[in-house]
Design a protein around this ligand. Sequence first.
Ligand code: SF4
Ligand code: SF4
Length: 514
Amino acid sequence: MSGTTPDRDHSGPIPVGATTSGPDASAPIPVGATHGTGTPPTEALHGAGGPAITPPASTATAGSTASATSTASATDVLRAAEDGTAFDADHPPSADLVSDCVHCGFCLTTCPTYVLWGEEMDSPRGRIHLIGQGLSGEPLSDSMVGHFDNCLGCMACVTACPSGVRYDRLIEDTRAQVERRHRRGARDRALRAAIFALFPYPRRLRLLRGPLRAYRMIGLKRLVERTGLLQRLAPTLATLDSLAPPLRSVPRPPARVRARGERRAVVGMLTGCVQSAFFPDVNAATVRILAAEGCEVLIPPSQGCCGALSVHNGRRAEAQRFARRLIDTFERTGMDYFVVNAAGCGSSLKEYGDLLADDPAWAAKAAAFTAKVRDLSELLVELGPVARRHPLPMSVAYHDACHLGHAQGVRAQPRALLRGIPDLEVRPIAEAEICCGSAGVWNVLNPEPATELGDRKAHAVLATSAELLVTANPGCLMQVAAGVRRQGGTIALAHTAHVLDASIRNLGPDALLS
Ligand code: SF4
Ligand code: SF4
């Protein structure tokens, strides 16, 4: 969010490959590098000629060093709940997980906010340290919340950590505490209220398609882009404007689609919110592939949001409501698998067991549901191909969506599927582990740094000289497309499902490049 982002000049070009100018990643957090209430992170940690970890005097005696925080106990947590400090006793972040961090710094250079700003407290290690301070009784200050809000939730640090620190659990529990216990500024509250009244509701999102079409047809979009006025007056709206994809009209899929040939599995399918409103062609391609691979596909039109956006932003009660409704919609369909083609949704669906673990009426159902969840690429590799792949003589760059690669560990399967297509060349993208800056609604809440990350990713993608960028998340597609446009580059974009569908239907490269 612009209000909490470290205040510095980000306007210069970002060379791809320049990972960080920050402090020695292997150095431990110095004693006294604490988070003082209300102390801007730039003052605390940034020095001339590159960031130097030099805490201001006001924070040096805050009394919570990394080693001290790692000993925070359950008693500390309960005490915090009583005296109004950072966390209460309702699912506080785990002190044991905090203590797993040995401060080695291997995660730093994969963290997008650390790469951008070189701030210790905007690194995974720094955030874990802040969580430890909260567990030791420090209050939840605006500054501390700013560092948590700055986290994209990309989970690159989880992949990088040699000690197996569950940062994903820590930040999820922390965000839930922040949402319940911290009062944000009026502007932030209004923006978040608008986002969560819109994005998790596919019908409301679909209603935007008409006005968006009109906005483009009458030339208003071109005018707004040329003047740069929107960017200056309302960067959040400008970000939304730049992200909106081309709108294709595709009929909604029927509630049930039969398998072609022998039936091998019955598969429930999530149509998603952004996916169904702005990328209905991805859903249509997914249904065709599944049917061609012998799956009967169940797509109840009454399904709603999976709750991914809510849970990733600390709105746990809302996420639980969405989860119960989705389980209810699908649990009596007799499906063998539940397939997802949006990485962010898949990662939260695989956590339903944890999300509803405390609810006796739903815990077992949620665990059973989670066991059936598969990313599209996982399911197709698991089943093995039966549909013939036709050649696609072209080059593609495959981008790992963070919530597929880092959060779900699904990297090999999409590549295996692409490599199974004759004549298709798959090219790697530099800095593959760094997030593109989409991260759910992070790019809407934090337009400036998200633009920097998007430009950085677009630069790396264009450097592959591939004809097509392939990824498995609608947010990444919109984010990278906007970055490529800003750089004046051109590359076609497609979901993995588009590519497989084009190969199975023998459509040739033009179907993907036009
Ligand atoms: S989840 Fe991503 S942004 Fe957050 S601390 Fe980890 S690497 Fe950094
Ligand atoms: S989170 Fe892992 S990689 Fe990062 S500093 Fe802690 S132990 Fe090291």
